[in-house]
Structure formats: C-alpha cells, structure tokens
Design a protein around this ligand. Sequence first.
Ligand SMILES: *[C@@H]1O[C@H](CO)[C@@H](O)[C@H](O)[C@H]1NC(C)=O
Ligand SMILES: *[C@@H]1O[C@H](CO)[C@@H](O)[C@H](O)[C@H]1NC(C)=O
Ligand SMILES: [Zn+2]
Length: 328
Amino acid sequence: MHLTSLSALFTTALLAFASLSEAVLPGTWPPMDQPPPIKPEWVKLVDKKKLPKAPIQSAQAADCSKAVEFCIWSCNTCLRNASDVSTCPNDKDWGFSFDDGPSTFTPALLDFLKSTNTKVTFAVVGSRVFQNPEILQRIKEEGHEIVVHTWSHPALTTISTEQIIAEIKWTELAIQTAIGLTPKYMRPPRGDMDDRVRSIATQLGYKILMWDRDTFDWKSADDPNYQPSWIYDNFTQWVTDSKGHISLEHDLYEIGATNAPYAVSIVRKAGYTIKPVSVCTGTAAYKENVQLVASGPVPADEQIWGMACWDETLLVTRQMNYQTPNHV
Ligand SMILES: *[C@@H]1O[C@H](CO)[C@@H](O)[C@H](O)[C@H]1NC(C)=O
Ligand SMILES: *[C@@H]1O[C@H](CO)[C@@H](O)[C@H](O)[C@H]1NC(C)=O
Ligand SMILES: [Zn+2]
C-alpha cells in the first residue's frame, strides 16, 4: 500500500472518530427507516384530481394487468419521456449514481472521488441524512449532486398518495435542513413507480431519476456468492458502446462502495467524462441557483499513484476471483 491510500485511510479513521461526537440533524424527526407522519400542509401541494387512477399495489408489481396503461416500471421497465431521466443523452458522458446513503462507507468513497477530481450523484435516504448530516455536507461541498430517495425506502406503488408525499417531503426537509438546498430530482426506491407516482413527484416539482445500467451490487448485502468482479466486468462491457449512460450502485453496502473506484477507473480509461446527472442532462440540480460541473482531469500525482494503485489492486483482485473456481 502506498502513501496516498495510507493517508486516505487515516483521514477516514479520523472522520469516523469525529462523527461519533458529531450531532445528528437538529430538531425532531420521524423514526429511522419507518413511514414518516403525514402533514396536511404537504398533502395540499398535490391536486388529487389530476392523479392517474393507477391501482395501489398489494406488493411491488403484484398486478401488472394495467402495466401499459399506467406505465408501471416494475412490470415492464416502462418510462415516460416527459418526467423520467434514465440516461446521459450525449455519447461518452457517464453519470454515476450511488444510492441509499449517506453511510459509514461514504467518506472513503468521497476521499477517492476528491483525489481523482470525479463528480457524481448521490440519491440519499432521509433518515440517513438525519443520521449523517456532516457526510451530506461533504457531498455538497465536494461538488456532487444530491437526489431525494425517500425517507424509509418503500415501494411507492404500494403506498397511499399522502404517504408518498410524506416520504418525499420529509426527505426534502432533511436535505434542506442539513445543507440548505432543494433537489430537483427524486429516485423511486427499487425504481418502483407508475403514473400516479410520477404525477405526485411532478406536482411536487421533481423529475424522476432512473438509470440504464444496473450493477445489482445491492445483492451483495445478503448473497454470499455475489462476485465483486461482476461489477468490473459489467462496466468493462458497458463502456464499449461509447454511448451516454447512467449507472446504479449503492454506497450503503460495502461491496458497492469499495468497488466503485474500479468502475470509475474503467469508465475514465474508456474516454468518458463523468458528470453529475443534472450536468449530463443540462438541467438544474436544485431549486436554488447552484451550478454543478463535470469531473476535471485526474491530478498528475493521482494519475501516477492513485489510479495506478486502483488498477493494480483491480488486477490482483481479478486474478484472485478468477483463480477461485479452479481451487474449489
Ligand atoms: C422524447 O421527447 C422528445 C421531445 O419531445 C422527442 O423528440 C423524443 O422522440 C421522445 N422520445 C421518446 C422515446 O418518446
Ligand atoms: C454483470 O453482473 C451480473 C450480476 O449483476 C452478472 O450476473 C453478469 O455475469 C455480469 N456480466 C458480466 C459481463 O460480467
Ligand atoms: Zn434505494
């Protein structure tokens, strides 16, 4: 291990220590990972008469008989052009998105992104913003984009309109309280949405952020057979078409967060420019006037040490992965 990673490790350890003493978001907030209370003043923001009458599902994609009529993504990956963004429109633009944090794995990922001058998008869960406001502050200060990803991460087609509004607005309020910004994009948990969900989000001022390249890294949380090499192999294959893309990974899970640098390295080497999604789509990230920018060049010293180090580790990791079957 060379000096750069040692110092990154040291910084991470310091941050972890500091966060023990740092406060959660001030004020009174709903419990972690549970449906938050409905607020009448927020319910009024949505005109129920305008909502498409998509039936509330008993479970995600339980009833797909009206999948085409109501464009139910979980049934048929249906997207609506007017509200949904799932790719970077220009060739050789890449939007990385990391979901479900901020978590204890996020600071080390931020260290890597900072040292390589890489700008990405984080879709954050409100109750984890409450828990880790100082990490959200860092995400903002280091020029990444922040997207609303609900308070308790439910499948939105399965809950009431009032409850969807509460999931979005509590998260919006937590982000505003932590960093003073109001995102213009929201990402539905598990991509689960239909025209009712779209109309609610749109009436609350949001565009919907989806993706067109999925690593399925979340499976690593409870699948012991999940292979990190799948992430590298997926990216290696995806970059070959040179088209614009938005990828989905998770900074809540160790495998997703710790393998992200390899993915960034693969995409950069293929000649892509990595951009926050609002930058690659040429839209506003926030209601407030904040202009985000694309990633810049990797600093010279990182090119020699940092990136080379990641590539070297990638090589070793891959060899280990590839050897495993022969030794079973
Ligand atoms: C999306 O909308 C744009 C602008 O209205 C249009 O040019 C494009 O063809 C639409 N794409 C699809 C897939 O419907
Ligand atoms: C991409 O990842 C999936 C798991 O999410 C895996 O099954 C598949 O083999 C990977 N593709 C490549 C080309 O490695
Ligand atoms: Zn999620």
